[in-house]
Design a protein. Structure first.
Lengths: 205, 177
């Protein structure tokens, strides 16, 4: 592979030696300002553009992995970037930096909720936020799933997953391993051409 | 005393399991989280769960920091700590080890199969998360209008989510009490 990434996997003292405090500081800043779930955008700005700790290719590769594995994109990216720069300690400090500001704030708000939860005005406001959050989540799902919602093959899996979870109320493990496994199996690598789905009926086990 | 410890262990087990199942982010496990904490264990009411979710919309950083509030509600500050560790540690550990192997599979067809195969399931799970939140939040015409307005504004304008959450709070205060 041509080009030298700042620090390859497992290679904790690459050409770029970044201080642990600096890692913590950068992620703490992102953890403090990324209101509304835009952490990944701030991460790219800070890590790729401002500091050059990773190139765009490395960042995208990490993002793909973050989205494929379980976990939140923001903290998974923290682990990815932190561990590349400074191994385990880098990963831990990156995640702590991302989490601590929001955690302190949410606990403070939650403690006030315990006192105010019978206050009419507070309750009504929270119900307004819950309604707004529903609309927000729906929009995020539509934006994220643009590709999946306009082609019928993935759309079938979107619908089956929704029905299995929300209507049939099957356990999440069953849905992920059953439908997820089946869907991966349909996309499995084959000798010859990949891509087209023949979709034979059957199980993945 | 003993039952306190049992409860902490139970909390840890549930959130550690949710952690490993959070494919596609936190929204994917919202329905299961609600089911287990509200219905199975009756640690909190559906309304409280939704209120905590709403509170979580106001803070920066990764979403799902509201899990700490469930821990706080069920077992105090210790509970908040246990839930945070149980939820964030498993997937972070997995990510740590996987990221070291990931680049070796850069050209593996299985990597593409997994990405492509899981993508639609992830979206379905996100929509189930929307349903879980919306089911309790959208109980009348006014909240439905708020939700539709926010969805359209996010999709078609550049207004940032926190402003819309604040607007939702104001609308709630004015129209939902």
């Amino acid at each position: 592979m041509p080009g030298v990434t700042p620090a390859g996997p497992g290679q904790t003292c690459g050409p770029l030696r970044v201080g642990l405090l600096e890692i913590f500081g950068v992620f703490l800043w992102i953890g403090s300002i990324s209101f509304g779930g835009g952490a990944v955008g701030y991460l790219r700005q800070s890590i790729v553009l401002d500091r050059g700790w990773l190139d765009d290719k490395g960042f995208l590769s990490g993002l793909e992995l973050s989205q494929t594995l379980p976990g939140l994109n923001a903290t998974n990216m923290g682990v990815y970037v932190g561990s590349r720069l400074r191994g385990v300690m880098g990963a831990i400090l990156a995640v702590l930096g991302l989490i601590l500001p929001g955690l302190a704030l949410v606990l403070a708000l939650g403690a006030s909720y315990a006192v105010l939860q019978n206050n009419e005005a507070v309750l009504a406001s929270l119900h307004g936020v819950a309604a707004a959050a529903t609309g927000f989540l729906f929009a995020v799902a539509v934006q994220t799933g643009r590709e999946q919602l306009v082609h019928w093959q993935p759309l079938i899996f979107v619908v089956m997953t929704f029905v299995a979870m929300s209507i049939l109320q099957l356990p999440l493990v069953v849905v992920i391993f059953g439908l997820g496994g089946f869907s991966i199996w349909l996309h499995r690598p084959r000798s010859g051409k990949t891509g087209k789905l023949e979709a034979p009926e059957g199980d993945d086990r | 005393m003993n039952s306190d410890l049992d409860r902490l262990i139970h909390l840890a087990a549930i959130f550690a399991m949710l952690s490993m199942l959070a494919v596609g982010g936190g929204t994917a496990v919202l329905p299961e989280m609600k089911h287990m904490t509200v219905l199975d264990n009756q640690w909190l009411t559906a309304r409280e769960f939704n209120d905590y979710y709403a509170v979580g919309q106001f803070v920066p950083g990764p979403n799902m920091l509201m899990v700490s509030l469930i821990g706080l509600h069920v077992a105090g500050w210790l509970g908040a700590g246990v839930v945070m560790l149980a939820f964030f540690l498993p997937f972070s550990t997995l990510m740590f080890f996987a990221s070291r192997a990931w680049d070796r599979f850069a050209d593996s067809p299985w990597r593409i199969a997994i990405e492509k195969g899981l993508a639609p399931v992830t979206i379905g799970l996100m929509l189930s998360g929307v349903y879980a939140v919306g089911h309790a939040a959208i109980v009348a015409v006014a909240p439905a209008l708020i939700a539709i307005a926010v969805a359209l504004l996010i999709l078609f304008t550049k207004i940032k989510a926190p402003w819309l959450m604040a607007a939702g709070a104001l609308c709630g205060f004015l129209f939902l009490s």
